[in-house]
Design a protein around this ligand. Structure first.
Ligand code: FAD
Length: 412
């Protein structure tokens, strides 16, 4: 008797792959995902969704080499990041979601978004068209129809023979597997592979981790016109040193803090790479951000762009003051800094945007097959060759669709 295909993680990629395999094969499909079905797909304000849904700080991550580790949040819900994320699609939409995204309209934007628009920004395409695009919904129907079996637990260990995984262990069950598709996300996937001892066979697991280094300014707003979406305008650009950046306006800091807005800049073309590794039996996650000259230069110039945009008449008209750190330093305090001082300031205030990717990029073949293992495929953000230079959910979806189709043909 054939054993099931087991998909680990029911997020953006896992739901895409599971639904594709259900449609293109006759195989039994088991999806392991401990998160619930989200009841918030009609909520346009993603900060409300994040407050309601579980985004556990499941890993401690140091952003800079040797830096202090900070909690890294990831979705824990059917649909994963796509059920909770900011819905910004800065690049082109995947063909597979034709008609399920649309551009934000000016009358839906809050005043801070309109200020960024007036400063040269563009309306964002959103993963929204009468509701949020959430691949968890299709999976939910397939579970109700009995086509996919959902195991509502975390996978904790993979076991088998030296070149194949035959059992997936959850907290209280063991599921036999013919094929395993890893979709737990760019941090959880290598963590599970490494803690299952698979790094001894494939030492590239966990190598190549990237995210978009980010700096955020807090803005005391003059009005309470927060629009329909928390974020709906972006401004993209290229620095003199060739770094690509994106500036985003957020109408609130969080659901709880809505008197202040945020303006962020992220370096979208980082070259630095980090690692996820086992140290003394513990998994350690190091992003190693800003470890190349190109990234240091690119981030410095990106922050100067953010300062310039914040000084533009439209942004100044919308805000009473702009604070650049948690001690209340102002925009003007950054303007006088030389390159080295600004670089130092950036290292002390660096943040991330939950766009982790590429942590298994050199451990896999072109179809996501994990080298050294005959029956393990990686289809989530960890397999992307580099962190996308656009917001990443589209690239994750495109790759998961490609890998899911190719696997479906092999397994049919
Ligand atoms: C707060 C936030 C805002 C974002 N905003 C945007 C945005 O505006 N635009 C954009 O394009 N991208 C955005 N992203 C990023 C985007 O959502 C992710 O790049 C994408 O969802 C990654 O897909 P994935 O399938 O690799 O992982 P995920 O979608 O994160 O799915 C991983 C799933 O695996 C499950 N899991 C983890 N560990 C285990 C385990 N051991 N066993 C079983 N299951 C497990 C998790 O519960 C989760 O559901 C955002 C992400 C976050 C967190």
């Amino acid at each position: 008797m054939r054993r099931p295909v087991v998909v680990i993680g029911g997020g953006t990629s896992g739901c895409t792959v599971a639904a594709l395999l259900a449609a293109t094969t006759t195989r039994e499909i088991v999806l392991i995902e401990s998160g619930n079905v989200s009841p918030h797909d009609d909520e346009p304000r993603f900060m409300d969704v994040i407050s309601e849904e579980n985004t556990p700080p499941f890993a401690m991550v140091s952003l800079l080499e040797g830096g202090i580790a900070v909690p890294y949040a990831q979705a824990n819900v059917l649909g994963g990041g796509s059920a909770i994320n900011g819905m910004i699609l800065s690049g082109e939409p995947p063909a597979s979601v034709e008609g399920l995204t649309r551009l934000a309209k000016v009358d839906e934007m809050g005043s801070v978004s309109r200020a960024l628009l007036a400063a040269g920004g563009a309306p964002s395409r959103l993963w929204w068209n009468g509701g949020r695009w959430n691949p968890g919904r299709a999976v939910q129907h397939l579970v109700e129809e009995g086509r996919i079996s959902l195991v509502k637990q975390d996978a904790v260990l993979l076991t088998g023979v030296s070149d194949a995984v035959h059992e997936v262990h959850t907290e209280d069950s063991v599921i036999e597997a013919d094929h395993v598709v890893m979709c737990a996300g760019a941090i959880a996937t290598p963590m599970l592979l490494l803690s299952s001892g698979m790094g001894a066979i494939n030492p590239q697991i966990g190598v190549g981790l990237q995210d978009h280094p980010t700096i955020a300014f807090t803005m005391a707003r003059r009005d309470s016109d927060r629009g329909v979406f928390d974020a709906s305008v972006h401004l993209k650009g290229v620095t003199n040193s060739g770094g690509r950046f994106i500036v985003l306006a957020y109408e609130r800091v969080s659901r709880e803090v809505s008197s202040d807005a945020l303006m962020t800049v992220s370096l979208m073309s980082p070259t630095s790479r980090g690692t996820i590794s086992m140290l003394d039996g513990e998994v350690s996650v190091s992003m190693n951000m800003l470890s190349t000259k190109a990234d240091i230069d690119g981030m410095r110039e990106s922050v100067r762009e953010l300062v310039r945009i914040c000084n533009s008449p439209s942004v100044q008209r919308t805000t009473r003051s702009i604070v650049v750190d948690d001690r209340g330093a102002h925009l003007q305090d950054l303007e006088g800094l030389g390159d080295l001082e600004l670089d130092q300031w950036i290292r002390g205030h660096l943040s991330f945007v939950s766009h982790a990717s590429s942590s298994c990029s050199s451990a896999i073949d072109a179809d996501g097959g994990l080298r050294g293992f005959a029956n393990v495929t990686i289809a989530d953000a960890s397999g992307l060759p580099t962190v996308p230079s656009e917001t990443p959910a589209a690239s994750v979806t495109i790759e998961a669709t490609r890998i899911g189709r190719s696997l479906g043909e092999k397994l049919a």
